[in-house]
Every structure is written in C-alpha cells, then in structure tokens.
Design a protein around this ligand. Structure first.
Ligand code: GAL
Length: 367
C-alpha cells in the first residue's frame, strides 16, 4: 500500500445509504433490513443516490463458532448474512456490516481484534460491500496500526469493500486515515437534538483540507426524521451536504413522513453533497447566531452557499459576493436549492430569509 490517499474509486463521492444504529440500536433483524431496503427503493431514495444498507452493532451471536468465525445472531438473522446481502443486492442496493477493532463491540459482542483477516474474508464471502469498524474496547492499541491491518485484510479478501473508520476523531484520523479507509468519523455520536447537530458542525469547520474523493470526513450519520423539527432536519441535511459528508440516513424508512422523505430526496441538495469536485465547505463567517458556509463546485465559477440561522427567530441573511469569492462587481445567477427555483441575477450580495434553526442553500454561478 503506497503513501497518499486511497484512490481505488470505491467512494469517488461520499457514500450514501442507511444505517440501523441511530433509530434502532441493537433491535435489528432480517425483516427490518429487508423492509428498509424495499422502502429505500419505493420512497425514491435509491433513485436519489442512496445505495448502502448497513447493519450496525447487534447483528452477531454472543460467541464465534468453533473455527473462530463470526456467526449472525440466529434469532435476528435466521437465514444468515449471505442470504440477506443477496436479497439487498437483488434490489439494486449494496450491503454493509459492522464490527469493532477491539476485543468486544460497544455492545459487548464479539469483535475483530486478532481476527481481521478471517473476518474480512468472511465478509467478502457473504457479499459485503461496506464495513464500519468501531473503536470500543481497544485499550493500549494504536488506531493507525489497527486500521492499517483492516485495510490490508480487506485488500487480501479481494472484494471491493468500503472501509468506514469509526474512531470518533480522537487520534486526529483526518491526518492519517485517508490512506487506509474511505471515510472516518471526526466526532462523538450524534443525537437527534439541535444542540448535537450544531456542536458537531462546529467541529468540522477546520477539517475541510482533509476531505476529498475516496477519503471523506464523517461527521456521523443522519438524524433526519428522528425528532428534529422540519427546519432543523433541513439545516442538518443541508450542512452535511455542504460538508461533503457521507449521507447515511438513520431513521425508519418504512414509515417516514412526506416532509422527511422530501428532505432526504431533495435532489439538488444531494447534488451538492455528491459534487464531483468533492470539496468540503469552509465556514467563511460566523456571527452570534448566523453563519455562512461556502464550497466550490465542479464547473466554471460555480459555488454553493449555505446561510445558517442558529437563532430562535427567522432572519434575513446575506453574503457579499466579494466574501464568497466573486468580485463585488460581478453579476451572478442564484438558485435556491430547497425551493428549486431560480432567484435570478444578483449584484453585490445574495440574500435569503431563513427560518429559525434552518438553512438556505444557494447555488451561485457567474454569468
Ligand atoms: C459507537 C459508534 C456508533 C455505533 C455504536 C454501536 O461507538 O460511534 O455509531 O456504531 O458504537 O454500539
């Protein structure tokens, strides 16, 4: 494995999908996964770009088998993981799974320390396309060495598998994980609360230099549809898209409201996340309750601007063209990506009224 970023083409844009953890914890089973995969298709999420259906902690039986192999919990997954992956694949989706780099998972189940090659091989045999490797019960271990071993194990298993590094940002993984995995957590676990979304957002502001095609900062999975207000869901989703974050839905796809479905399948916001240039947004202005985030997009002189209102009242927010990288005298074309409507030509500044705890996203192009 050479020095430098991964460039195996497995995650040219941030991975998108669904993960069981945020909504279901360890209460997962075969039926939930299949119904979720079906809902992903029926809701239009697959067409919007969501691909990976990932089971998190809680899928494994309390002990390995006599050979030392992982076994799925027979009560939760009676037909086993390979059969499940096959059914997920048949829907045009990909299948992901979870393990932990230490001696036990965070929920006390068997984990992979000393079994990395065996587990990667088994995952490959099962048809796994994505592995999240967590960091509980790792006293005294070096994250860099452990995840390097995982990268080698996956390589040796000879199946294209996305490696999701879940070390919570403690050992500054943005400085070393890009050579090993496709995404790495930058922070502690997200909660379905506005204060958690904004606290995590603050931690991403200095990390934009580390992210790019095949190596993404991961500010954790989405809480859209898990109890935030509609405006908060939009702000959370919009800012994760600005950050070029992996978009892993974490709600119950089988019974989401139209509002929630509209957020998750907002094509023009998703397109920002998936922009081919893979440039994570920078926060260019921060006032007490308002922020301006900017990211460059593929194409000539195109950018996305998010105007975030963290305050409790609706506000008119603006950003000067010279602030966001144009000349003050330029004439630009502005489109509101939530409203899916062209605002038209603008000079000097762009303006939007943003509800409390919400964010507008504008696409700005030079004429
Ligand atoms: C945490 C991880 C969560 C989830 C959980 C499972 O360490 O950050 O995303 O995977 O473990 O126990």
């Amino acid at each position: 494995m050479g020095i430098g970023r991964l460039s195996d083409g497995l995650a040219p844009t941030p991975p998108m999908g669904w993960n069981s953890w945020n909504r279901f914890g360890i209460q997962i089973n075969e039926r939930l996964v299949l119904e979720t995969a079906e809902a992903m298709v029926e809701s239009g999420m697959r067409d919007a770009g969501y691909r990976y259906v990932v089971i998190d902690d809680g899928w494994m039986a309390p002990e390995r088998d006599r050979n030392g192999d992982f076994v799925a919990d027979p009560a939760k997954f009676p037909r086993g993981i390979a059969a499940l992956a096959e059914r997920v694949h048949a829907l045009g989706l990909r299948f992901g799974i979870y393990t932990d780099a230490g001696t036990r998972t965070c929920q006390g189940l068997p984990a992979s320390l000393g079994y990395e090659f065996r587990d990667a091989r088994r995952f490959a045999e099962w048809g796994v396309d994505y592995v999240k490797v967590d960091w509980c019960h790792t006293d005294g271990l070096s994250p860099r060495a452990c995840y390097a071993k995982w990268a080698m194990a996956i390589h040796a298993a000879r199946r294209p598998i996305v490696l999701s590094i879940c070390e919570w940002g403690r050992a500054r993984p943005w400085e070393w994980a890009g050579t090993l995995g496709h995404l790495w957590r930058t922070c502690w676990d997200i909660q379905p609360e506005w204060s958690s979304v904004t606290a995590i957002l603050d931690r991403q502001a200095d990390l934009h230099a580390y992210s790019g095609p095949d190596h993404w900062n991961d500010p954790d999975m989405l809480e859209v549809g898990n109890g935030l207000s509609d405006g908060e869901d939009r702000a959370h989703f919009a800012l994760w898209a600005m950050l070029a974050a992996p978009l892993m839905a974490g709600n119950d796809l089988r019974q989401m409201s139209d509002d929630v479905r509209r957020v998750l399948t907002a094509n023009e916001i998703v397109a920002i996340d998936q922009d081919a240039r893979g440039m994570q947004a920078r926060r260019i202005r921060r006032e007490e309750d308002t922020e301006v985030w900017v990211r460059g997009l593929a194409g000539t002189r195109a950018i996305a601007v998010a105007l975030l209102n963290r305050g409790s009242e609706d506000r008119e927010l603006s950003a000067g063209l010279d602030e966001v990288g144009f000349a003050a005298t330029d004439v630009v074309r502005v489109r509101d990506l939530w409203l899916r409507s062209d605002i038209g030509a603008r000079r000097r500044e762009i303006v939007s009224t943003v509800p409390s705890h919400s964010a507008a996203v504008l696409r700005v192009t030079a004429y």
